[in-house]
Design a protein around this ligand. Structure first.
Ligand SMILES: Nc1ncnc2c1ncn2[C@@H]1O[C@H](COP(=O)(O)OP(=O)(O)OP(=O)(O)O)[C@@H](O)[C@H]1O
Ligand SMILES: [Mg+2]
Length: 231
């Protein structure tokens, strides 16, 4: 489903070139759930943006379903994102001029689905926000905006869902609600789940854990976890 080979990301800054990601190679099978953990500033969001085709690699190769993202221009990547990818941004990225329900409907309308509004209503109910459907983002709390962003990522039932700290702004009850929705989609629809989280409990609910450290990615094996638990 996802395959990367020696992917790097370097950006130009006023102090020169900054390498954010060291060469990263890994594979994710269809239907897997994978958590990416690591310190703030280690490169997790950067990697997620590259995997989802939101940003361009500096070198290396990324394949989504055998389609080479690294060879595509923005237009082709946008098409692929529309067809296959859902993304929950760390900073939500809601459209400020649209209400909650209009934000959720947007990907379905772009995809030409006739039942966009009915779908949006159902998902808003699932994230506990029916009573805020007609509020604009600046009339919503941080956690409410996050749940709108989750609902928007779900509406087209994407093949791959990328979630950057999907529960970072939520209380325990709402976190649990969102986690249940994520894993339900993973199990019932076979959605591949790649999520970034600082919550070790959520990370452990995923089948695999990857650890980002200074732009380098390593897999945490179950024996590492056993050592941690033994310590
Ligand atoms: N466009 C850019 N120009 C310069 N530096 C950047 C750019 N984008 C990211 N960085 C730097 O790259 C590093 C990795 O950023 P990234 O957002 O991927 O971290 P993160 O692991 O998601 O952190 P957090 O857990 O705080 O969200 C950071 O030090 C950041 O300042
Ligand atoms: Mg981040």
């Amino acid at each position: 489903m996802i395959s990367t080979q020696k992917v790097t990301k370097t950006v130009s800054t006023s102090e020169g070139e900054l390498q954010i990601l060291q060469p990263i190679s890994f594979e994710v099978k269809a239907g897997e759930s994978v958590a990416i953990v690591g310190a703030s500033g280690s490169g997790k969001s950067t990697l997620l943006g590259l995997l989802a085709g939101l940003d361009e690699v500096s070198s290396g190769e990324i394949y989504l379903n055998d389609e080479g993202l690294h060879n595509m221009n923005e237009e082709a990547r946008a098409r692929l994102r529309g067809e296959k990818v859902g993304f929950i941004f760390q900073s939500f990225m809601l459209v400020q001029s649209l209400t909650a329900i209009e934000n959720v409907m947007l990907p379905a309308e772009i995809a030409g689905l006739k039942d966009a509004k009915a779908r949006a209503k159902t998902i808003l109910e699932q994230v506990g926000l029916s009573h805020r459907a007609h509020h604009y983002p600046n009339q919503l709390s941080g956690g409410e905006q996050q749940r709108v962003a989750v609902a928007r990522a779900f509406i087209n039932q994407p093949k791959i869902l990328f979630a950057d700290e999907p529960t970072g702004n939520l209380d325990a009850a709402n976190s649990e609600k969102i986690e249940q929705l994520l894993f339900k989609m993973n199990q019932e629809l076979g959605t591949t789940l790649i999520l970034v989280t600082h919550d070790s409990k959520l990370a452990k609910r995923c089948q695999r854990q990857l650890n980002m450290q200074g732009g380098a990615l390593t897999e945490t094996t179950s024996s590492d976890t056993a050592t941690e638990q033994g310590a």
